[in-house]
Design a protein around this ligand. Sequence first.
Ligand code: ZN
Ligand code: ZN
Length: 156
Amino acid sequence: MKAPAEADLQRRCDEMLAAIRTGGMRLTPQRSAVVRTLAFSTEHPSAERIYAAVKADFPMTSLATVYKTVALLKQLGQVAELCLGDGTKRYDAARPFPHPHLVCTRCGRVVDCHPASLQRLAGELARETGFCIESHRLDFFGCCPACRTGQKSPRG
Ligand SMILES: [Zn+2]
Ligand SMILES: [Zn+2]
């Protein structure tokens, strides 16, 4: 899949910062760093991974600050939360709306996927059941190509 352009990542970063300011929340350097880490990560990081990245620049940051900032962004509709089967949570700021994922059960890698048939399926279900479908949860679990070939997979 094509990697997102730097300009797109910067735009998402600015959008999230603006959302926090518009929401009347204080934008501390630590919060900004959490936003930046989320915006520039394409790996669906966990709170712990965000924490490790932010701590490198702001050693005084606490894990609680990361959790609070992520919860705030979630509340503002700026980040999607993905609950993995093992209870861990991962975050996606690039696509803050429901979308399917491929999850590697060996290395924990999470990848977005865009099955063309998903819209069709949702339409079909809506017609059959009379539901107005507003959201969905669909994740696929398995073994990623790197794990299948026994290579050490990239972080993520
Ligand atoms: Zn893997
Ligand atoms: Zn995603």
